[in-house]
Design a protein around this ligand. Structure first.
Ligand code: FBP
Length: 251
């Protein structure tokens, strides 16, 4: 039975494209990412609203206390997460239910899979259950596909292609994945993902002209957009850079 996540997928797209703002780094990296300003979730929600971004990605705690579905941009709830305090093979387990995401007003849920980790099978299995439940509830599903762990020696374009393909195989509507660094190889990533839409992630703060150049390249590959955080909200002028990115990605 094909359910109706399509309606919610459409809410994330304009001209078939999207620019999502990620703000789950407080869990993933801790306060080292933050300044006095951007440690405040209200500051981030304002950026998303003023730049009219496609969606905001939050963990449930921030959503519960700060997100207002009547005023804010569409919500994506990250269902798993971990700190960077634990060593060893990466694993990120579910810490929020699909039902909670529905109640918070989410249009989509996100889940990170560390492909290649010794714990890969646990994350794939958990994702499978989440994907089924989310789609039954008409939510879109975004897979953060991050090849990581002892068996991953180097994040090559072939590996990124593989990760994108896994996203299609396991039922994700979108995969969030690292840009390979050139149009030719990322076009292959997009091709492998088929009808699963490809979002490029941002990474740590980079020079803004380089970021915009990458965005232009990414959008030449058939990718659907970007889901980025620090490169917007760590900028001295977050709304300006968000609007510039939006112009390139969405028009
Ligand atoms: P950034 O654009 O700031 O890199 O955010 C994207 C993101 O996937 C976040 O959703 C997540 O918190 C973070 O990157 C994970 O980063 P890491 O690469 O350190 O695991």
């Amino acid at each position: 039975m094909k359910k109706e996540p399509d309606k919610n997928i459409k809410k994330l797209l304009k001209n078939g494209r999207t620019l999502m703002l990620a703000y789950d780094q407080g869990l993933e990296h801790g306060p080292s990412d933050f300044s006095d300003k951007n440690a405040d979730p209200e500051f981030i929600l304002e950026i998303a609203k003023k730049a009219k971004l496609s969606a905001i990605i939050l963990q449930k705690g921030i959503a519960e206390k700060y997100y207002d579905k009547k005023k804010d941009v569409p919500l994506i709830i990250k269902l798993n997460g971990k700190t960077n305090l634990v060593q060893g093979e990466p694993i990120s387990r579910q810490i929020c239910s699909v039902q909670e995401a529905v109640e918070l007003g989410a249009v989509a849920v996100g889940y990170t899979i560390y492909l290649g980790s010794a714990h890969e099978s646990e994350m794939l299995q958990e994702f499978g259950k989440i994907e089924e439940e989310a789609h039954k509830n008409n939510l879109a599903v975004i897979a953060w596909m991050y090849p990581r762990g002892g068996s991953i020696k180097e994040l090559t374009p072939n590996l990124i292609e593989y990760a994108a393909r896994v996203g299609l195989e396991i039922g994700a509507d979108f995969v969030k994945i690292k840009y390979t660094g050139n149009i030719k190889s990322f076009s292959k990533v997009v091709k492998e993902a088929g009808k699963c839409k490809v979002l490029a992630l941002g990474g740590s703060k980079k020079d803004e002209s380089h970021l915009l150049k990458e965005a232009r390249e990414i959008m030449k590959t058939g990718a659907t957009g970007m889901a980025i955080g620090r490169n917007i909200w760590q900028s001295k002028e977050p709304i300006k850079i968000a609007k510039e990115l939006k112009k390139i990605i969405i028009n």
